[in-house]
Design a protein around this ligand. Structure first.
Ligand code: HEC
Ligand code: HEC
Length: 533
């Protein structure tokens, strides 16, 4: 550790050894959010004193000197992006029990430590949360030790299994980090960036961000302009910082003509910069539970024509004269139908209109065209896999696949949920839920809730809240004891969210459903790392 401010602020308790390594701190690497959480606890519990400006500087310095390599951050990026997903990185039920019953497993996997520091983390948990015995040990707090046959080895406890796994998978020293520290540099981001993305429930959008550098390497100011393919607009001003050479963290406040509770408001940005510094991608999110968010990809603007994408997600084989809008920048004014390519089996018959940002064409699909993804090209610029061609819509997936909303009233704001019904084609193997399935994008389904029968006389359906039949937007009920409910219970519950959609020309509707929990408010929010600009 060489930063004088870190040594001055942290070194009083975390003493340096002969090599200048501070106890604990030098044995740890983590994301900006991880450092922020640790620093906040030092202030809250351990008496660290720090001005906001010093905290920002320490956070930046530690994230740069003891961060994660991009390859290490990628598998847990959903955690910083606050995505609501079923975690796939948990190796087995013991590890889940020990380390993913209070927070996501991505929390430990956002840290790298040497083995003794992983043991100290375990001790910290046991000291702070004595009831953790219930997660760490089989049988839980106060339970009798399981009987072990004479001569047999005592079975390992979940916490031991978890720590062995974590020590092996998240060590302090890795080739990824050595490589990244050697190549890490302050990225050169100022200029115009082209944006494409999607907001669940509101569809695709395109636009641009202008990035300017602040004085004294203090990050960037940003100005963003987005146009949804539905016609809505959003523009915003913000500022951001890049940690560890690639981790964009920003905030932006905007105005839009998008109506509703879910309109973007106080948006936070978490993105990763690609190694060639040509692309930034991630999620911009808002809402009390960060339940609203856009998926974003930004590419550096060039002076030559660039395609960003199209307004559609899928075209049916054999369909004719489909209106396709192609979004881009500096698109040529004079275009022939032959300048536009939509992949094999898709023919552009006419250019309806053309501006530098949007070209509208009519396209037809050969009835025998093979199902699969197709590019969109205008001149030399191509976006691969921009939409799909399909012959049959086979099933619907309702996302989020396991959703959670929160009841609310003063002073706890509600946590909402926007569902989407996403159509898929089974792909060449003809089987659903396999790797070759073809994503066909969200479809305008109709929505309802159904009881998830978990107990006799289960009546959650009547109390949890309202799902809009057209939009799939869920508004939870108020929280607090409900005199109308048996035992004055709160309005919580678990239900099925059901989407029904009949594809054009199909005889029978497709039905998809997902399990959905409506919980009480999160009365205690353990950590809300807000790594700002
Ligand atoms: C006043 C004393 C004090 C100061 C100053 C202090 N710490 Fe700590 N730190 C502690 C103590 C005590 C612990 C062990 C208990 C705990 O984990 O909270 C600790 C533990 C830690 C840990 C390990 C937590 C874990 O997850 O296992 C980290 C990381 C850390 N400190 C970072 C810092 C940083 C960074 C600074 C300076 C910005 C700092 N500390 C300043 C007292 C201090
Ligand atoms: C009883 C609930 C609970 C369980 C079980 C649990 N944690 Fe935590 N963990 C927490 C809470 C709460 C925090 C936030 C502490 C704070 O900053 O005040 C936390 C913080 C952390 C952090 C951030 C460290 C820091 O300095 O803030 C890591 C890493 C972590 N846990 C790893 C683990 C691992 C590994 C396991 C399994 C061995 C585990 N957790 C099991 C509740 C739990």
């Amino acid at each position: 550790m060489t930063d004088p401010l870190v040594i001055q602020k942290c070194g009083t308790c975390h003493i340096a050894d002969a090599k200048g390594n501070l106890t604990r701190i030098s044995a740890i690497r983590t994301t900006p959010e991880g450092w922020e959480e640790a620093i906040k606890r030092m202030v809250r519990l351990n008496g660290l004193q720090l001005s906001p400006d010093e905290a920002r500087k320490v956070l930046r310095s530690l994230s740069d000197s003891h961060g994660l390599a991009p390859e290490e951050a990628t598998p847990v990026e959903y955690f910083a992006e606050r995505r609501m997903i079923d975690e796939k990185i948990i190796p087995d039920p013991d590890v889940q029990h020990a380390c993913a019953s209070c927070h996501a497993f991505a929390k430990p996997m956002s840290w790298r430590r040497n083995p003794s520091d992983w043991d100290l983390l375990k001790n910290m948990h046991m000291a702070f949360f004595p009831s953790i015995e219930g997660s760490f040990r089989r049988g839980g707090f106060g339970a009798r030790q399981e009987a072990v046959a004479p001569g047999a080895e005592t079975p390992k406890q979940p916490v031991d299994i978890a720590l062995a796994y974590i020590k092996k998978s998240a060590p302090l020293i890795t080739p990824e980090w050595s490589n990244w520290t050697a190549m890490m540099e302050t990225p050169n981001l100022p200029g115009t960036w082209l944006i494409s993305g999607e907001l669940p429930g509101k569809g695709k959008f395109y636009g641009e961000m202008k990035i300017e550098e602040k004085a004294n390497q203090d990050g960037y100011t940003t100005h963003t302009q987005l146009t949804f393919t539905s016609g809505s607009q959003w523009s915003s001003d913000g500022s951001s910082l890049v940690y560890t050479g690639y981790a964009w963290r920003g905030r932006t406040q905007g105005s839009s003509n998008i109506a509703g509770i879910d309109a973007p408001n106080g948006v936070r940005q978490v993105m990763m910069l690609s190694k060639d510094q040509a692309e930034l991608s991630g999620r911009w999110f808002w809402g009390t539970y960060q339940e609203f968010g856009m998926d974003i990809t930004m590419r550096r603007a060039k002076s030559s024509p660039a395609v960003l994408g199209t307004d559609l997600t899928a075209l049916k084989a054999g369909s004719t004269d489909n209106t396709v809008r192609i979004f881009g920048s500096h698109l040529p004014a004079s275009l022939a139908a032959s300048d536009i390519k939509l992949g094999s089996g898709v023919t552009v018959s006419k250019i309806v209109s053309a501006t530098p940002e949007i070209v509208t064409v009519l396209a037809s699909v050969d009835p025998k065209a093979l199902a699969g993804r197709r590019p969109v090209s205008v001149g030399d610029s191509t976006i691969p896999g921009a939409f799909a061609v399909y012959d049959h819509m086979d099933y619907l997936k309702v996302t989020p696949e396991t959703g959670i909303a929160h009841l609310g009233s003063e002073p706890h704001a509600k946590g909402y949920m926007q569902f989407e019904a996403v159509a898929y084609s089974n792909g060449p193997d003809g089987k659903p839920n396999t790797a070759d399935d073809i994503y066909l994008g969200p479809v305008p389904a109709s929505w309802k809730l159904e009881e998830f029968v978990a107990s006799y006389g289960d009546d959650d359906l009547e109390f949890v809240g309202k799902l809009d039949a057209k939009t799939g937007f869920f508004v939870p009920s108020t929280d607090g004891p409900n005199p109308k409910r048996k035992s004055m219970r709160n309005n919580y519950g678990d239900v099925w969210t059901v989407a029904t959609y009949t594809p054009p020309g199909a005889a029978a509707p497709l039905v998809g459903r997902s399990y959905f929990i409506v919980a009480v408010p999160q009365y205690m929010q353990w950590d809300q790392p807000e790594v700002g600009q």
